[in-house]
Design a protein around this ligand. Structure first.
Ligand SMILES: C[S@@+](CC[C@H](N)C(=O)[O-])C[C@H]1O[C@@H](n2cnc3c(N)ncnc32)[C@H](O)[C@@H]1O
Length: 506
């Protein structure tokens, strides 16, 4: 066996699988499968297949997922930097396919970092509705926020909160919730030897307790009639069927929507028909468990709020449920700095008197000038100031009062010396037709890579696409084979590179 597995783990798997154990054990001799998932916010699966420089083979349970061949490095291609695909373990693409997300839904991804499943949900939302992506661990929310920016997501809020705080702030609010639970990770042993090193016989029980708490919070945040998908990448029954069975015993308004037993999905164990497993000896992918739970629609009980909760639910959230605010108003977010130096925000309903902050009027005027000149249309949503950074949020900001907010929405830019500087995520989320000025660089002659390395490029006027009535000088949406990747500034035949240092090709 290539991977040295703990003996108490192998004994448990023998007891679980009986005669199937040998096949299971043999699967550890195989190389793990690699995959990419097409980011349909930017490109269709058909178009990516036509463009793809590497062989792609469909993944049966995900219509936008493809296996990549061994040895291929999809992260080392300009299309990755243009956000055309997410590199994702094939089995990890299954849970979101079961969540049934529709454009316009309100979706909560409770354990979201680094954002694989959040970016998949965002693609299904197609920019409509709301995605709240949360992770408990502050460090991990950095990668989560960056991934949502790379993939051009416009309608996501990134939080760094405990699930019970989210449930208190959004009681019975979300149509769909994904819990991709922290787990003992046994299903990833073949792919990630660190998971094997961290595993102890007590690990599953420790995670099962955590999973129970997360499920309870999710139940309080789910709207009547809503759908909840619970997934893990482990084999332990106590973290899978066990966790779900215990939850159902305490929450009779939920039932399992069957997914198991057909296609690639194998049935779960015990008294829980309808839950599903992906086994590494049965499918081309790592081990996963999934359960789809549906709320029966019983109206949520009216609970007298604690005084603390009254503060949190300043009624704009109710407005959002019924009807969006008629006219967006700008809200300032007060910046707080955590021990690690990370900037995060807790929203406040008043206007900060901090002199370092630009005034709301100045920021909005500069933003208005920029979008008139550069886009010619106005992004929909609620403008939110976060220090001197402007975001367009899918939620009225009062909804985030008291919550540790990493990104209140789509980052569109910031103010420097009274001028509006567009953000990188504004560019990555734009289609070339949405910008008055754009330029496409080719992957075939090295110029796309030169741009991604931060180099200045000589670009003659005739290569630019400039909307009638606009001038070529100024911010240029730089695309790679027609797909937006970042900004440049064009003047007199030269393109000054605005691709951010932290994102560059190395
Ligand atoms: C399996 S990973 C999630 C992977 C992610 N869904 C994706 O597709 O990229 C589980 C995540 O749960 C987070 N986590 C751990 N305990 C948590 C809790 N109590 N509430 C929310 N998130 C938690 C971890 O930081 C970790 O990022």
């Amino acid at each position: 066996m290539a991977v040295q597995l703990p003996s108490s783990f192998t004994q448990r798997m023998k007891d679980l699988l009986g005669t199937e154990y040998k096949q299971f054990a043999d699967s550890y001799l195989e190389t793990p499968y690699g995959g990419i998932r097409v980011n349909t916010l930017k490109i269709t699966a058909e178009s990516l297949l036509a463009l793809s420089p590497f062989q792609l083979e469909p993944i049966p349970w995900c219509p936008t997922g493809y296996y990549t061949e061994e040895g291929v490095r999809p992260g080392k291609h300009p299309y990755y930097h243009a956000g055309l695909y997410y590199i994702q373990e094939p089995s990890a693409m299954a849970p979101v396919e079961l969540l049934g997300v529709q454009p316009g839904d309100r979706v909560l991804d409770l354990c979201a970092a680094p954002g694989g499943k959040s970016s998949q949900i965002a693609a299904k939302l197609q920019g409509q509705g709301l995605l709240v992506s949360n992770d408990l661990h502050p460090e991990r929310t950095k990668a989560l926020a960056k991934n949502l920016e790379l993939y051009g997501v416009r309608n996501a809020v990134v939080l760094n909160e405990s699930p019970d705080h989210i449930a208190a702030a959004f009681p019975h609010f979300f149509d769909r919730i994904l819990i991709d639970a922290p787990c003992s990770g046994e299903g990833m042993f073949r792919k990630d030897e660190d998971m094997v090193k961290q595993w102890e016989p007590e690990t599953p029980a420790k995670y099962a307790a955590m999973q129970r708490d997360i499920l309870r919070s999710a139940a309080s945040a789910l709207a009547p009639g809503g759908t909840l998908v619970y997934s893990t990448c482990t084999f332990a029954i106590e973290e899978n069927e066990g966790t779900i069975a215990e939850f159902l015993a305490g929450y009779p308004q939920f039932s399992v929507v069957p997914v198991g037993g057909t296609g690639s999905f194998a049935m779960g164990f015990g008294e829980l028909p309808g839950t599903a497993r992906l086994w590494p000896h049965k499918v081309k992918g790592e081990g996963h468990f999934m359960a789809v739970l549906r709320h029966d629609g019983t109206p949520a009980p009216i609970v007298e709020p604690e005084p603390e909760e009254i503060l949190l639910s300043i009624s704009t959230r109710k407005n959002f449920k019924g009807k969006p605010a008629a006219k967006p108003t700008v809200t300032r977010v007060e910046e707080v700095r955590s021990k690690g130096g990370r900037a995060s925000g807790k929203t406040t309903s008043g206007t900060s008197r901090d002199l370092q902050h630009v005034s709301v009027e100045v920021a909005l005027a500069a933003y208005g000038d920029f979008i008139n000149e550069q886009l010619g249309w106005e992004p929909a949503g609620h403008p939110v100031l976060f220090g001197d950074h402007l975001y367009i949020s899918p939620l009225p900001q009062e909804s985030l009062n008291g919550l540790r907010t990493i990104r209140p929405g789509w980052s569109v830019g910031h103010l420097r010396n009274g001028r509006f500087i567009p953000s990188h995520p504004l560019a990555t989320a734009l289609h070339p037709s949405e910008s008055c000025r754009s330029l496409s660089l080719s992957t075939s002659n090295g110029e796309a890579v030169s741009y991604l390395k931060g180099e200045t490029l000589a670009i003659p006027l005739e290569r630019l696409s400039v909307r009638p009535g606009s001038t070529p000088k100024g911010y240029m949406l730089v695309c790679i084979d027609g797909y937006s990747a970042g900004w440049g500034k064009w003047q007199d035949g030269m393109l000054k590179n605005e691709y951010p240092a932290g994102w560059r090709w190395t």
